[in-house]
Design a protein. Structure first.
Length: 153
């Protein structure tokens, strides 16, 4: 699995933003995709910036929580969207009880030092690209971090 942030911005740092009605804090939005994929939802931008373990470790070098915010069918037939957030454990007001009050479901946790591998395990049930009804799954993850380093590759 890999995490890709899509953007049309070509600068070296991407700032988090709060433009989602369901998530009341700034996040970097990513798409969780298989290793062989270049990412879905390219309408968010032509440039794909990979998020790696060091990005999580730089923000908070300990444990992180993952919550499912929502899930719904898309406007296009056969597309199903999952929305998650990942935030450092101990984020004030956003522990298991605080997030449950928002209607979010706790999915799991991971450590920053092996974030991508552990996230793949946490999101395993959602990452199946197609379910039995043949719907294509989109897995979007908002990461609570201030900035994402985006070097040109």
């Amino acid at each position: 699995m890999k995490l890709i942030h899509r953007t049309n911005y070509w600068g070296q740092w991407i700032d988090a933003f709060d433009m989602d009605d369901e998530v009341p804090f700034n996040v970097i939005w990513t798409q969780a995709v298989s290793d062989r994929s270049s990412g879905c939802c390219q309408g968010f931008g032509r440039r794909g910036v990979l998020v790696d373990d060091s990005d999580f470790d730089s923000e908070s070098p300990a444990w992180w929580h993952v919550f499912q915010v929502s899930s719904q069918y898309g406007r296009t037939d056969g597309h199903f969207f999952y929305k998650f957030v990942a935030l450092p454990q101990g984020t004030y007001g956003y522990g298991k009880r605080g997030c449950a009050a928002l209607g979010w479901s706790w999915v799991g946790e991971f450590h920053a030092r092996n974030a991508i591998e552990s996230l793949e395990e946490v999101l395993e049930d959602y990452l199946e690209e197609y379910n039995q009804s043949r719907d294509f799954h989109h897995v979007h993850l908002g990461i609570k971090m201030e900035r994402l380093y985006a070097p040109r590759s």
